[in-house]
Design a protein around this ligand. Sequence first.
Ligand code: MLT
Length: 412
Amino acid sequence: MAFLNDNYLKLKTGYLFPEIGRRVKAFCDANPEAAQRLIRCGIGDVTEPLPPAAIAAMHKAVDEMAGRDTFKGYGPEQGYEWLRAAIAKNDFRDRGCEIADDEIFVSDGAKCDTGNILDIFGHKNKIAVSDPVYPVYVDTNVMAGHTGEANDAGTYARLVYLPCKPSNGFIPEPPKRHVDVIYLCSPNNPTGAAANRPQLEAWVKYALEHKAVILFDAAYEAYITDANLPHSIYEIPGARECAIEFRSCSKNGGFTGVRCAYTVVPKSLNAQTKDGAFQPLHPLWLRRMTTKFNGVSYIVQRAAEALYSPEGKAQVQALIGHYLGNATVLRDGAKKAGLKVSGGVNAPYIWVKAPKGVTSWQAFDKILGEANVVITPGSGFGSKGEGYFRISAFNSRANAEEVARRLPELKW
Ligand code: MLT
């Protein structure tokens, strides 16, 4: 008799985005004409072609794979040295953050890494997440057995939820109580809010006092337009002693279908053994990666490296500018519709308050049914997301303009 992981049975419905996909498919099957004019602003998936620098690097790498002398088999599990060096220099040291090349671990996605990181943490940790929250942080903790059951709103026992609301600018504040592991996402998915320096300083102070670890998801860092906002948790003194940072090439280089990301684990970051001693987490993550992962493909790592070339950087900036331009169009459209909006300035997501008395899923159904636009219901990100919805700016400009035209036509 084989036993299954009972924790999976605690998970509420399906993962949010497949669930939305299922509902949209059912709508399209039943309404083929509406399906013709459907515009997807749901999942944050990029729409624009890859930067030419990445394409050229991949072509070259493919040709290398065709020659006996240049062919590559297994690479280092934690990433090729030349990519780790380019990342550490460009994303950190050039911005004043002391991160060494070998503190970078290249992977196939920030989503995978934020889930997999639980492998190196014990089961007794008190875990804090924001509410609303990127569902991966919650669901992977449920799978690992770190929670109790969920209530009807999808809130799990044993997790500490930190509310993100208009009064705190949708940035969670350190709790009064003790927690051991904290997930922070800035710029935030789903609310599009970005934490400022004092807010991150408060978190680092809390983490150092509580000997807690911050899991800092900076996948949307490239969308920060405000020069005063930190791009990395390591811009805050003390963060090397209390934080792991996750980054991705998905939303800046458009790699959602290519797959490349990285995680920073400083060698000065420690956590407690069950005997009360403090030991570094870096060797554990290295061990985890070398045991369970065989590295990102050579071709993809060459493409990621090309994003750091002068032309690659300019092309990435152009992509970000395109999506942020969409965000402005969509914000204006939602405002014209009389809706309250936030986000979309330092992030590709616009967080919209549904009209009074309208739930997130009711807003989803109305916008899908009448405007034929797919959005993401805020309640799918947590109970405090109820009454909100998220519009993704990942689209063509023509589609963003069309959505901005259709939203004000809705009669609520
Ligand atoms: C989202 O829409 O929230 C993101 O696309 C999800 C992800 O990046 O995994």
